[in-house]
Design a protein around this ligand. Structure first.
Ligand code: ZN
Ligand code: ZN
Length: 420
């Protein structure tokens, strides 16, 4: 069996040696792809470990091994977890990649086997106490950053252990969670929605309830809101009064707004800026103050409905001006925000604010949740193709500009630390 594998291995490389330089290049590309593929294999094994009883028993050791700050429960359990979970996981990854390399006669895929072998060696060494350092996603200590977008970091993976074990399966690249819709769990989360009595607000509350969240309505009217587990009334300008409520909220969706259409009086300007931009900004700041240093970075989020008026005409100048202002303020805040801030960049939908809408609010609400579960941070839902083109360009250039010209709090602290 081993001899057979070895000869097949040699055959693969023998074939490689006889081929042209272009083939070496192709195999190099396959070797890089192998890392992505083998990480997907890891995620598949992980999902299976939560579904299939024999693997569940082995994987259980991993989940039992850590306290809430990722420090090991005990040396014994930690070492057993390495042996019963991490080692078989690496062997599975090696096996699948070896079969793939042999079956497709693609030598580059052996890079995936080598890569997985590295994890096997460290798992076995850790299980015997020969290797002290733990892997990057399980380092003990407080959560310092927000969940990674391109790469799974500690805060991202922490949620798999302590927020929802039936989500956040990804090990290194969050691709599998994006495919499965498990990159954000709404299950049991308290989600507050402002503008809850409006057309989209009501649709969001209902979609959130269907998704297993606990929707909480924040509204200026007394109308009944089906699906909401609680209703709080508030007025623009009195955001700080909501602080106690926001303390217990996991996700705040800032969705209220006003559209003065063609009006341009001083009063219309004040109303548009106050409701669409300033009250939204104050509410966001009040919420961000409730993000604690323990788990808040992992579990709390703000979503702000900025609308595609950020980059496209909404045929209502003051609506555009105020929505662009809050859109820009969010980008400014995103440079050092203590939690994830998502934008909802929505096209026209039929509502009291917009009689010209074409999409239905419930379809938009469902799409918002579909994309949020895939951790899309700028959630664009519109039929206007220009938004999909212009919005990312605007965001990228503004992000670069802000990075260049805003003083980072952290950098400022370290500078003042040096001088004092
Ligand atoms: Zn797990
Ligand atoms: Zn883990």
């Amino acid at each position: 069996m081993v001899a057979g594998l070895l000869s097949a291995f040699e055959f693969g490389f023998g074939r490689l040696a006889s081929e042209s330089l272009a083939d070496y290049g192709a195999q190099l590309v396959w070797a890089i792809a192998a890392i992505f593929i083998v990480e997907m294999v890891r995620d598949f094994y992980h999902v299976l470990s939560h579904q299939w009883a024999p693997l569940q028993r082995l994987h259980g050791w991993h989940h039992r091994a850590y306290k809430k700050d990722f420090s090991p429960i005990s040396t014994e359990v930690y070492r057993k977890a390495q042996l019963y979970n991490d080692a078989p996981e690496s062997i599975f990854m090696m096996g699948v990649m070896a079969i793939a390399a042999l079956a497709t006669q693609t030598p580059g895929l052996w890079a995936g086997v080598l890569y997985a072998a590295g994890f096997l060696v460290s798992a076995v060494m850790r299980s015997r106490g020969l290797f002290g350092a733990t892997d990057l996603t399980h380092e003990p200590g407080p959560l310092t950053g927000i969940p990674g977008y391109w790469r799974v970091n500690r805060t991202y993976h922490w949620r798999h252990h302590f927020d929802d074990t039936s989500a956040y399966y990804a090990g290194l690249f969050p691709i599998s969670d994006k495919i499965l819709g498990t990159a954000l769990s709404l299950k049991g989360k308290s989600v507050a929605v402002t503008g809850a009595s409006g057309t989209l607000g009501r649709a969001l509350i209902q979609s959130l309830a269907q998704a297993g969240a606990k929707p909480i309505a924040l509204t200026t009217s007394n109308r009944e809101i089906p699906g909401a587990v609680k209703v709080f009334s508030w007025q623009a300008g009195k955001e700080s009064e909501l602080k106690e409520v926001l303390q217990k909220i996991d996700i705040l969706i800032i969705n209220h707004g006003v559209n003065v259409m063609g009006a341009s009086s001083a009063q219309a300007i004040e109303q548009s800026l106050e409701v669409n931009a300033l009250s939204a900004w104050r509410l966001m700041e009040t919420f961000l103050e409730t993000v604690d240093n323990r788990t808040g970075r992992a579990t709390k989020e703000v979503w702000v409905n900025t609308s595609e008026a950020e980059v496209n005409p909404a045929f209502s100048p003051l609506y555009e001006i105020s929505k662009r202002l809050i859109g820009d303020l969010i980008n400014l805040r995103r440079t050092d925000a203590p939690c994830v801030i998502r934008k909802l960049v929505l096209g026209p939908f039929k509502s009291n604010l917009n009689p010209y809408g074409v999409m239905s609010a419930s379809a938009i609400a469902r799409m918002i949740l579909f994309l949020a579960r895939r951790d899309i941070r700028n959630i664009i839902v519109t039929i206007n193709p220009l938004t999909y083109f212009f919005f990312p360009i605007k965001e990228i250039f503004q992000a670069i500009y802000f990075r260049l010209f805003l003083k980072s709090e952290k950098r400022e602290k370290s500078v003042s630390g040096k001088t004092s």
